[in-house]
Structure formats: C-alpha cells, structure tokens
Ligand binder design. Structure first.
Ligand SMILES: Cc1cc2nc3c(=O)[nH]c(=O)nc-3n(C[C@H](O)[C@H](O)[C@H](O)COP(=O)(O)OP(=O)(O)OC[C@H]3O[C@@H](n4cnc5c(N)ncnc54)[C@H](O)[C@@H]3O)c2cc1C
Length: 477
C-alpha cells in the first residue's frame, strides 16, 4: 500500500515538469484517471506533462527516490486499464502528450525519428509528406500516441503485411525506472552487438520504463490500392479467400478484416450515414485491401471474381474511389464505437492459428450463449492475423431498457470459457490489447511457471523498487 504523496515531493515534481507542465485541478484530472472503456476510475493529486526527455528523467528520478508510482499515459485509448492510476491516489500520471515532435525524417534510410507523444495519425502524415508510408494503422489512430502503440505492441489493420508495432522499430530512447536514459535511437536494420535491449520495452505497457522517442521504419507507398468488401460464403471461406488473394497478388494483401452480420447491423443502427453495401444480407464479411504495384487492382478484381465462381464469396463490392474505400473501412473501424453506443460490451481479444478460426467462431458462440443466451455476438477483427475480437453486446432491448449492468455482471463468467477455448486451439487470450490490470489474473492462469518467473525476474532487475506503472501486467515480488 503506497502512502499519499508528500507535498514537498509534489512541489519538486511540478518544478521538474516546468511551467505548463502539470495539471493539479481535480476536475481537469478526471480525464486522465478514467480509462477508454470506463471500467477504471483511479485517483491522483498530480498529472505531469513534461516536454523533454530530460524533464521526464528528472521526474522519474524524483519518484524513484520518494517511492512514488509513475503511470505513463499516451492517448489513454488502451483497453486494459494500463494507463490509469489505482484508486489509492499515491501515484502520479505521466502524460507524454507534450513530447510530440517529429525529430527527423531520413528518407534515404526509410526511417523517421519521433517523440513518444506524437499522435499516430501525425506520424503517418509526416511519412506521407516525405513520399513514404508508416503502415501502423488502427481505429484509434487520431488519438493514440506512438509511445502507447509501442508500449502495447499494437497491431491494427496492416499486421499481415508489415507486422506489429514491435516490427516497425529500429531504435528507442527510454527513461529507466531509476531516471537514467537508455539512448539507443539507432536507425540500423542490422545490429547484433549484444542483447537487443529495446525489445524489453516494446509491449511492456510502461512497467519497465518510459519510452520517450523512437526510430521507426518507413516503406515505399503502394502504387495502386484496391479496397473491397466481400460477402463470404461462411466464416470458413475466409481462410481460402485470403490464401487465394495472397497467391494471386504476389502477397500484396495489406489488410484482411472480418466482421459478422451482427457487427454490420450494429454499425448501421448507431453510426450516421452507415449503410449495407450489399442488396442482400449475408452472414459473414471481409474488408480487404490489396496494395502493390501498378496493375494490382486488376489482379485483385480478377481474383475476387474467381473467388465468387469457386463459391468462397457470395458477392463483392469494390470501391472505385477514395470516398467509397473510406465508407467501406468505416463499416469495420466504427464497430467499437457502435458497440459503445449500444451499451456495455464484453470484449475478448483472442488469437488462434488461422486454420482454427472457424472452430473458434462456432464453439465461441455456443459457449458465450450458454452463459448469456440473449447476447449479440459481435465478432470481428484481424482475421488475416488469426486475431478475432470475440465481443458481446447486450440484446437490443436490454441496451435501451437499462439492464446493461446485469449483462456486464456476467463478463467474468463468459470470459473464462472463451479464453480457455482460444488456448485449447493453440492460441492466446490476449492477441493485441495487452494485460494492464484487466487481464492480470488471466496472465497468471495461462502463462507457464517459467514464463511468469522470467517476467518477474526482469521486472525486479529493471525496477527493483516497483515504481513503474505499479500493479500492471506483473508484480516483481
Ligand atoms: C476505436 C479503437 C480501436 C482500436 N484498435 C486497435 C487495434 O486495431 N489494434 C490494437 O493493438 N489496439 C487497438 N486499440 C487499443 C489502443 O488504441 C492501443 O492499445 C494503443 O496502442 C494505445 O495507445 P495509447 O497512446 O492510447 O496508450 P495508452 O492507452 O495511454 O497506454 C497504454 C499502455 O501503454 C503505457 N504507455 C503509454 N505511453 C507510454 C510511453 N510513452 N512509455 C511507456 N509506457 C507507455 C501505459 O502506461 C499503458 O500501460 C483500439 C482502441 C480504440 C479505442
């Protein structure tokens, strides 16, 4: 149990953050202590908003000495409660929002150096201004920060082609739990000089240090892009269609996203302007993007026609301009927002080998409905990566009738069978959203004793006093 933060320490922290570098008004603090899903409401007397690595280091040094917990916060869009402090009020929130400069673009090296607080969309824009592509892309890109993306090893809609956030990092700058700075902003694609230390901090959810800057990989922009929404024969046809498109396009499929009919209906019901692009309702859909050399579009369209002939797809709508492509993407990307508007949601972020997806969807539905018979199964996600957000929404009547609390009370009872199923099928209970506080018990349940022991050993070695994001992911003791 941490003590309240002494006022002398608070004064020193404010001084280290500099003028305009802190928030201590309780009303303004509210936005920093409540998480995206409204599951966690923490408390803190102080939010610090430093605008340099040196200031972050000074703050962490003070906290380490005084035994005050530091909760790094990016865009606060995370789904596992990792970015908000505990209710006890003995931790400070360290917002990276003002550390948001693009430090350099090295077009010849296909690399960009950015500070942790850069909004993901701003990094994409800076790459585009240089005639290049930064491929990390996800629904929260207008508000999440690159430091948060790296700390959660975010996935998104282009993992199939470019990998997770971890795969896009060349170099890192990190403030360690004792306030020292690991200055490793190297733009190298080859560097086998000892342990690859940056990997420790990617996906660590702020428990081993504060990421302050990164060197990221850039790519050539595709010459031609084809965006389509495909009505699938059934969910099982998704894997055959993906294999067909990858083979036909010389592996130019950049996105392959799944949604079931209930997702589409939810988006149409809750998002202005959303409409069904097909004349007939279908059970399962994929939003696909093929991005490659000139001629990619023709090849993709021919492959889609063959998929219809082969019976893998029932129908396909191909966007003919950027606006239409955006409309199709909105149907996929606004599912979380539609779920939010429909009332509480129970989320599962599971992955399995691609070949086990149909089994996951079928057995997952049966398991979920056994616990909540009238729930709506909102299954969608990065099926090309074997990652399904197997979510549940309350039945339509309940969401209006105010029984959401009853629905949400069943979350724990339904989570366990879904996670057990994913693990039984050779998968993971947490594909891309991480652990935070929400999935700590699951980590303890599914990780082996050796894995847990190694994680604790690393935590103790890097953060012996336990000041970095206390209570998240794993405890050192
Ligand atoms: C609409 C929507 C769509 C989403 N889609 C996806 C998706 O497709 N794929 C996906 O992976 N996620 C997705 N997410 C989840 C979320 O956006 C990602 O986890 C994102 O990477 C979090 O970034 P953030 O800046 O908001 O981090 P935060 O939520 O602020 O923090 C997340 C974790 O990282 C730590 N952290 C933040 N910044 C730093 C730093 N600089 N140094 C050290 N630790 C830090 C925090 O302490 C916390 O533990 C989605 C969320 C929403 C709301």
């Amino acid at each position: 149990m941490r003590r309240p933060i002494p006022s002398k320490v608070i004064d020193r922290l404010k001084a280290a953050a500099g003028s305009g570098g802190f928030v201590d008004d309780p009303e303004a603090i509210e936005a920093y202590v409540t998480d995206e899903r409204d599951l966690y409401h923490g408390a803190t007397p102080l939010v610090l908003r430093p605008n340099s690595t040196a200031a972050v280091a000074a703050i962490v040094r003070i906290c380490a000495k005084a035994g005050v917990g530091v909760v790094p916060q990016g865009g606060n869009t995370g789904y596992c409660g990792g970015s908000v402090p505990s209710e006890r009020g003995g931790e400070i929130v360290l917002s990276l929002a003002r550390l948001n400069r693009i430090r350099a673009v090295d077009a010849a090296n296909h690399a960009i150096t950015v500070e942790a607080g850069c909004i993901l969309a701003d990094v994409q824009r800076a790459a585009d201004d240089a005639g290049l592509l930064f491929p990390l892309s996800l629904g929260a890109e207008g508000s999440c920060q690159i430091g948060g993306n790296l700390s959660t090893n975010a996935g998104g809609v282009q993992v199939l082609r470019y990998g997770n956030a971890r795969d896009l990092v060349l170099g890192l700058e990190v403030v360690l739990p004792d306030g020292r700075v690991l200055a490793a902003l190297r733009g190298l694609r080859k560097d086998n000089a000892g342990y690859d230390l940056k990997q420790l901090f990617l996906g660590a959810e702020g428990t081993l240090g504060v990421i302050t800057a990164a060197v990221l990989k850039l790519y050539p922009r595709p010459r031609e892009t084809c965006t389509a929404m495909v009505a699938l024969r059934d969910a099982a046809a998704a894997t055959a269609l993906l294999a067909r498109l990858r083979a036909a396009t010389g592996d130019a499929v950049s996105s392959f996203e799944y949604l079931n009919r209930a997702c589409l209906e939810l988006v149409i019901a809750h998002i202005d302007g959303a409409r069904d692009p097909f004349a007939e309702p279908h059970g399962d859909y994929a939003v696909v993007e093929i991005a490659g050399a000139d001629g990619s579009r023709d090849i993709a369209e021919a492959a889609l026609s063959q998929a219809i002939e082969a019976g893998e797809a029932a129908d396909a709508v191909v966007a003919t301009n950027v606006g239409q492509a955006q409309d199709l993407w909105r149907l996929r990307e606004l599912i979380p927002e539609a779920q939010k508007r429909a009332g509480g949601s129970i989320k599962h972020d599971v992955s399995v080998p691609l070949s086990r997806i149909p089994e996951l969807l079928a057995r997952g539905r049966a398991a979920a409905l056994k616990v909540i018979p009238n729930a709506r199964v909102i299954a969608f996600g990065h099926i090309g990566d074997g990652n399904i957000h197997f979510n549940l929404s309350p039945p339509a009547v309940t969401s209006q009738g105010g029984d959401v609390a009853v629905f949400l009370a069943k979350a724990a009872a339904v989570e366990r069978p879904i996670h057990d199923l994913a693990v039984e099928l050779g998968g993971s209970f947490s594909a891309e959203h991480g652990i935070g506080v929400l999935k700590k018990p699951e980590l303890a349940r599914y990780k082996s004793a050796v894995e847990l022991d190694l994680m604790r050993t690393l935590k103790r070695a890097l953060d012996p006093t336990g000041v970095m994001n206390p209570g998240k992911v794993v405890d050192g003791d």
